[in-house]
Design a protein around this ligand. Sequence first.
Ligand SMILES: *[C@@H]1O[C@H](CO)[C@@H](O)[C@H](O)[C@H]1NC(C)=O
Ligand SMILES: *[C@@H]1O[C@H](CO)[C@@H](O)[C@H](O)[C@H]1NC(C)=O
Ligand SMILES: *[C@@H]1O[C@H](CO)[C@@H](O)[C@H](O)[C@H]1NC(C)=O
Ligand SMILES: *[C@@H]1O[C@H](CO)[C@@H](O)[C@H](O)[C@H]1NC(C)=O
Length: 272
Amino acid sequence: MGDPSTKTPAPRLVRMYLLLSLLCMLSLGFLWRWQRVSQALTNHTTCSGLERSGRRNLTVLLWYWPFDKPFSLTGDVCWDKYRIPGCRLVSQRSLFPTADVVVFHNRELLQRHGDLPFDLPRPAGQRWAWMSLEAPSSNLKRYSNVFNMTISYRRDADITIPYGELQAGEAGGHLTGGVPSNKSFLACWVISNYQRHHRRSKVYKELKALIPVQVYGRWTRTPLSSEALLPTISRCYFYLAFENTISRDYITEKLWRNSYQGGALPWCWALL
Ligand SMILES: *[C@@H]1O[C@H](CO)[C@@H](O)[C@H](O)[C@H]1NC(C)=O
Ligand SMILES: *[C@@H]1O[C@H](CO)[C@@H](O)[C@H](O)[C@H]1NC(C)=O
Ligand SMILES: *[C@@H]1O[C@H](CO)[C@@H](O)[C@H](O)[C@H]1NC(C)=O
Ligand SMILES: *[C@@H]1O[C@H](CO)[C@@H](O)[C@H](O)[C@H]1NC(C)=O
């Protein structure tokens, strides 16, 4: 997000934390990711211990509800939920003229054919943030010179919000929970949206010709409830953690949650 040597580190930090907090909210549906972000936040807020009075609130306006799912922003959300001072998270478009940051989630932007508020006068100093929780499926060239910052799973985004990450364990530490030992299947795959043209479908077919693959999910009419997902995967040695989209840094819960938390070795495609 620009040059770190600029003279206003405090607002810059605040802004980072604001957006992170916003992202915590957005990720409510992705519980484990939310936990991760909020953990990181708890850490950050202590070092940012910024003055809570005297300075006006920074306003972050969410232009679209990600995935069209509204959530409550009543009360002092930033402080109550994340202990972040001096921040206001809003969704009322009437507050556009006073917003410091306006966040646009890519999926809704696409569905509305790139509908951005160009008809409104854009206040000086206001930043527009392009955000995507998914790998974008279309060309984004038309947005050049529109946004001031990016928020996504990519490591080179201004604000990176990965679905998960590996953390170094303590030296000599032990794995908590252990590795599940009650294995019944060599390889498993949970797949709802099966499309023949997906690269992962081709890999699956080739693999299936060589080894047995136990398949669950809507495609095979064996859907798993969220409670059943990890226990089921834990009975497999390998898990096919294939993404529906191959895109740089795009690694979703299929790896972080299904494989690692399920206790199965992931089989995945890496694109660096
Ligand atoms: C919090 O900060 C400490 C010290 O810098 C670090 O060791 C720890 O990993 C951090 N935790 C998280 C969740 O970021
Ligand atoms: C900042 O926002 C919070 C929550 O909406 C509010 O309680 C507080 O009075 C505001 N502070 C300022 C200085 O406007
Ligand atoms: C944000 O980007 C727009 C379009 O490129 C630019 O006009 C504006 O000055 C930028 N705002 C900030 C605060 O950098
Ligand atoms: C192992 O899995 C089988 C199902 O294949 C189940 O009946 C059995 O109770 C499981 N054993 C343990 C120790 O979890």
